[in-house]
Every structure is written in C-alpha cells, then in structure tokens.
Ligand binder design. Structure first.
Ligand code: CP
Ligand code: NVA
Length: 309
C-alpha cells in the first residue's frame, strides 16, 4: 500500500516515494518541469502559490534540497520555513505525530529530510497537508524527478533504455529501482557483496533490474551511468571500510568506455572526486550533473504545483 492509499480517507496527496505516482503522473511532472524551466529562464512571473507556506524539517544536512525548495516557493509567490532539530522542539523529543498536527495546521505543505523512512510515514499519517520526502535512509524521490527531467531534456523518453547504477545499494539506488519500474527501463546494479539494495526493493522491481557484480560488464550497452557517494549521511564512521569495499567501483573514463558512446553520466551530488567518480568523468563532456542539480528547482516546483494547486 502506498502512502496515498493509506491516506485516501483524508484525500491528502503525499510524495513519500516515487510509487506514490502513476506512470502518467511521473511523465506529466517531467514535462511540466521542463515548461516551468523555460518560463523561469524567460523571466516570466508565475505565482500559483501566493501566500502558501512550506515548512521544511531537515534532520540531515542539505544544500540543493533546501535551496531548491526555498527558491521554488519564493518564485511561486509563497514562503518556505527551514526547521532543524537543533533549534526546534523536534530536537527535544516532541513526538513527530504532535509536530505533524501542529505544523500542518499552520503550513500548506511539509517537507522532511530524515533518517528512518518510518518517521516520514508517521509525519504523513498525522499531517492534514501534503508531505514531501526530501530524502530518508531508504529513498530520495525528489532527486529522481530531477534526474529523469534531465534525461528527457537530453534524450527524450527513457522507456526501453539501459541505465547502470554503480556503487552502494542505497537510498538513491532504491529510487532508481522505482523509476525503472514506473518508467519501464532496465537498471543494471553493480555493487560489491554486502552492499546490495534492500530485499523489499528487489522484490518490488525484480522485472526491471539485474544485479551484476562486475562494474565493467554492468556498463555494457548502457545509455546512462549513475553513481553516488560510498558513505551516505549517517555512515561517516564507515568511510574507511567502505573505501576498501568500493575500490573497484569508481566511475572513471575506462568504465565510461564500456557504455554506449553517447552515454550520459549523472550524480546527485555532493560528489567526492577520486572516490566514486574521477574528476575527468564528472567534469567531462558526458556529465550532466549541473543540469541535473538545477533541475531540482524546476522538478520540485512542478511537484509543489501538482500537490497544492
Ligand atoms: N542531491 C541532494 O539531495 O543534495 P543535498 O544533500 O545538497 O540536498
Ligand atoms: N546517498 C546520499 C545522497 C545525498 C544526496 C546520502 O544519503 O547521503
């Protein structure tokens, strides 16, 4: 059951994972994001969220997610409030259920970046307004809206294409698995033993994914190569051990050469040059990481409009 089915009685639409969207809705959001980007670049003023407020809870650090939501709300004529556990009662043990009731009585939409995915689900369960997942330990659906927008802008529909994920079976990898199922592409996952995606995500997306241990073999015939940090937020103490485990999983020019010659490279950022990706790849001609980062703004504006207007 997805979060919208759970909340159907209240008819509040949440965005906790990509599976909260149908295929048509996902594509609609991508096309709308492309339109909103053109409007923004032309300098058109468009304020569909005038006087609306987005309350954003950040229990983990962020540059892109925070700034894209704050800028997006400002451009739409609304306002965003940044809340961190350090200076709110959330950090002093106020239950998430109580926070959800209070915040949703004052704001029109909530965004949460946190550790446990269940916490985001509890927030949504007790919120009377839409809740957007800005990253949990399990998934990062907003990033996939931007990644897929970037692909569609560069290459058109992704149906039937081959994407290769290199590295950790983490939150980003799980969201790529969801995207593969919803948009119908093939996802090769190259990860070392012990760093596979969670079994529930494998079960959910089995028809669209393959786990291939050898990174070079996984890149063969690929149209898009994607990677992410080896140690995610909250795993800082495992950095050294992970550097060893992932040493054969760096996306460098040798690996890119295994993919199709017009393959693109994406990374959600922040990146560590010399670890999961070499400088010549991330700063090279196949990399679309800056478009991908900018598209966080446009894709999330499309999402806010979809949820709130
Ligand atoms: N990609 C991404 O979510 O970046 P931030 O952690 O800076 O928000
Ligand atoms: N997997 C990374 C993504 C950062 C945007 C993390 O969770 O830290």
């Amino acid at each position: 059951m997805n979060s919208n089915e759970k909340n159907s009685a209240k008819s509040v639409r949440h965005f906790l994972t990509l599976t909260d969207l149908t295929t048509d809705e996902f594509k609609q959001l991508i096309y709308r994001a492309i339109e909103l980007k053109t409007m923004q670049h032309r300098g058109e003023v468009f304020e569909p969220l005038k006087n609306k407020v987005l309350a954003m809870i950040f229990e983990k650090s962020s540059t892109r997610t925070r700034v894209s939501f704050e800028s997006g709300m400002a451009q739409f004529g609304g306002h965003a409030i940044f809340l961190s556990p350090r200076d709110t009662q959330l950090g002093r043990g106020e239950p998430v259920e109580d926070s959800a009731r209070v915040l949703s009585s004052m704001a029109d939409c909530l965004m949460v970046r946190t550790f446990e995915h269940k916490k985001a689900e509890r927030l949504a369960e007790y919120s009377s307004v839409p809740v957007i997942n800005g990253l949990t330990d399990d998934v990062h659906p907003c990033q996939l809206l931007a990644d897929m927008q970037t692909w569609f802008e560069q290459r058109g529909d992704i149906q039937g294409k081959t994407v290769t994920w290199i590295g950790d079976g983490n939150n980003m990898c799980h969201s790529y698995m969801h995207a593969a199922k919803i948009l119908d592409f093939q996802l090769n996952i190259a990860c070392p033993e012990g760093f596979e995606p969670q079994q529930s995500f494998i079960d959910e997306t089995r028809e669209n994914i393959s786990i291939i241990r050898d990174a070079r073999a996984a890149c063969k015939d690929s149209d898009l190569i994607v990677t992410d940090v080896w140690a995610s937020m909250g795993q800082e103490e495992e950095q050294k051990q992970r550097e060893l485990a992932f040493k054969n999983y760096q996306v460098n020019s040798k690996l890119m050469q295994q993919a199709n010659s017009n393959a693109l490279f994406m990374h959600c950022l922040p990146a560590h040059r010399g670890e999961e990706v070499s400088a010549d790849v991330i700063d090279g001609s196949q990399s679309v990481v800056w478009q991908e980062a900018e598209n966080r703004l446009h894709a999330q504006k499309a999402l806010l409009e979809f949820l709130l207007v």
